[in-house]
Ligand binder design. Structure first.
Ligand code: 3JN
Length: 331
């Protein structure tokens, strides 16, 4: 198999380091790896495939000879540097919101819309973590019963806010309340009904991402989504209560079967035995775990489910690497 020159932009962040780990674990065919970050992080060494690799400062000329660049350094860095990469002939897989809603940029979750990968013009966007795990669980249901409306509440790990989010939780749990704050309030022993900033309509940007990205990935602008995104003091992954209303009648055994057969989903649904998805079990795993399946008696056809995934893996790094794998396979 042909190997590829790969770059990771934002290599020292939580997602960047997870991308390096996932490339190695999945034996992605890497001929050379270039680890790129801000000047502040340049010079550090990170392990990949049994050797230490020096982190280089990201510059416009960093992409010469690079075939695939995985970006996870925030939207501002992507907006500035992805065009340089594209001009170098590099395929950019971007984990930020910079290009997700651009018409010429596919927004891809391989289990859901793999075919969109091949419509790219140099950039493929990786969706927001909360959206990825929800659409994986929705896709087999949408194909069969057509989703009309979704009401979702998220319970998002502090790791979604990066190293500073994790550090704030760890310091507060240890009794230190004077450290640098990532969140506007204490996160230890607390929950915050806020992820990202508030917009004029009273919803947060994270909630808007879930609405817009779900429609784009599922290719259906009629799907109604109402989201409430919440930060919880957890580090294994993101959890979501997802209430779905369908166009056509479904039964619970049929829903269970559709989910069980869908690649990327693991059904964990035996409530009598206290078996249901939890972030402590999803941590460091790639599937989207689904459980607590029950009919919604308030609508003619609908269900409620509980959906959990490791936000740094399927919600970010694994999904990005899967896009690269599918692109190689299908080219
Ligand atoms: O907070 C989370 O759990 C997910 C955060 C995602 C995030 C944080 C800052 C900037 C994003 C994202 O992926 O949408 C962005 C962004 O790229 O806008």
């Amino acid at each position: 198999m042909k190997s590829h020159a790969v770059a990771v932009v934002g290599a020292t962040g939580l997602v960047g380091r997870k991308m390096i780990q996932v490339l190695e674990e999945r034996k992605f065919p890497v001929s050379s790896i270039r680890l790129l970050a801000s000047r502040r992080s340049a010079g550090r060494e990170l392990p990949f495939a049994g050797a230490e690799h020096r982190v280089e400062e990201l510059t416009p000329s960093s992409f010469k000879g690079v075939e695939i660049a995985l970006f996870s350094a925030g939207a501002a860095v992507s907006k500035e540097f992805a065009p340089h990469a594209v001009r170098s002939g590099t395929l950019v897989i971007d984990n930020s919101s910079a290009f997700r809603m651009d018409a010429g940029v596919p927004l891809v979750v391989p289990e859901v819309n793999r075919q969109d990968i091949f419509t790219h013009h140099g950039i493929i966007a990786n969706p927001n973590c909360s959206t990825i795990q929800m659409v994986v669980a929705l896709k087999p249901l949408h194909d069969r019963w057509k989703v009309r409306r979704i009401v979702v509440a998220t319970y998002q790990s502090v790791t979604g806010a990066g190293k500073k989010g994790l550090t704030q939780l760890e310091q507060e749990v240890a009794g230190c309340t004077t450290g640098e704050k990532k969140f506007p309030h204490a996160i230890a022993f607390n929950i915050l009904p806020q992820v990202d900033v508030f917009l004029d309509d009273g919803y947060t940007r994270e909630e808007h991402k879930m609405v817009n990205e779900t429609r784009k990935i599922m290719g259906d602008n009629d799907i109604l989504v109402n989201a409430t995104c919440v930060r919880v003091p957890v580090w294994g992954g993101h959890s979501e209560s997802v209430n779905v209303e369908f166009e056509r009648p479904c039964t619970l055994p049929e829903v269970r079967e559709a989910l069980r057969c869908f690649p990327g989903v693991v059904l964990q649904d035996d409530p009598q035995q206290c078996i249901y998805p939890m972030p402590v079990h999803a941590w460091e795993k790639d599937p989207v775990f689904v459980g607590r399946l029950r009919m919604d008696p308030t609508v003619p056809s609908g269900i409620t489910m509980w959906v959990v995934a490791d936000n740094l893996r399927k919600g970010a790094a694994t999904n990005a690497v899967q896009i690269a794998e599918e692109w190689i396979k299908g080219r």
